[in-house]
Design a protein around this ligand. Sequence first.
Ligand code: DX5
Ligand code: ZN
Length: 238
Amino acid sequence: MSQYHRFSPKNMANLPSTLIAPSVLAADFLHIEEDIRRMENAGVEWIHLDIMDGHFVPNISFGPMMVKFFSKTTDLYLDAHLMIDNPGKYLEDFKKAGAHGITLHAEVEGVISEDLHKIRDLGLDVGISINPETPVEALDSVYEIVDLILVMSVHPGFGGQKFIRKSIAKVEHIARKIETVGRPIMLQIDGGIGPENAGEVRRAGARNLVAGSSIFRADDPHAAVIAIRSAADAAIAH
Ligand code: DX5
Ligand code: ZN
């Protein structure tokens, strides 16, 4: 038995070919438990938790208290995407709340590498994210420490935005780089993902697909998950 969650990037060799991470930002929080069960039944691996502080991004979402409710409700991997300033202050809180991995933004001012090490020392998976306008070179110094790289394919802050196509080239570039590094690093994409572009981003190298609106705003969220996964897996089938 490994000490990590079974869907942790550290367990890379045993993971499914595509991991689906529904972003609950688009869910109905009055019926969130129902939505989580629906996601479990649809076979998703991760739940993506968008943490927004109204400073780093213009929107405010929720914090560790809600993460704790999620961790009491499900055994799925809890993926905390921190779109906040001063993330270092809150890392322990998110760990205590039950997050399995924490992703920080490379654009946040301050001591990013110290914070990444702190996440690692807490025993959690370490993630780093770049915004659409941030060049891939911003990641050059972190390949030796991170377990996950998140390419934002919308401007962070809100769900339901249009997919930014130039992020595909960034995914391709980072995927090649990960191969040369030789460490297991999960490549995730977030923003405007649905059945219509899941194949293309999967082929580019994004193995972990975050999707909010295309799942929770669909008439049938279960079917939406299946459609995203089939499109992704079909795109890499030989
Ligand atoms: C945006 C968030 C995303 C968002 C995705 O700031 O990081 O996770 O909820 O939502 P959709 O899939 O609707 O673009
Ligand atoms: Zn997100």
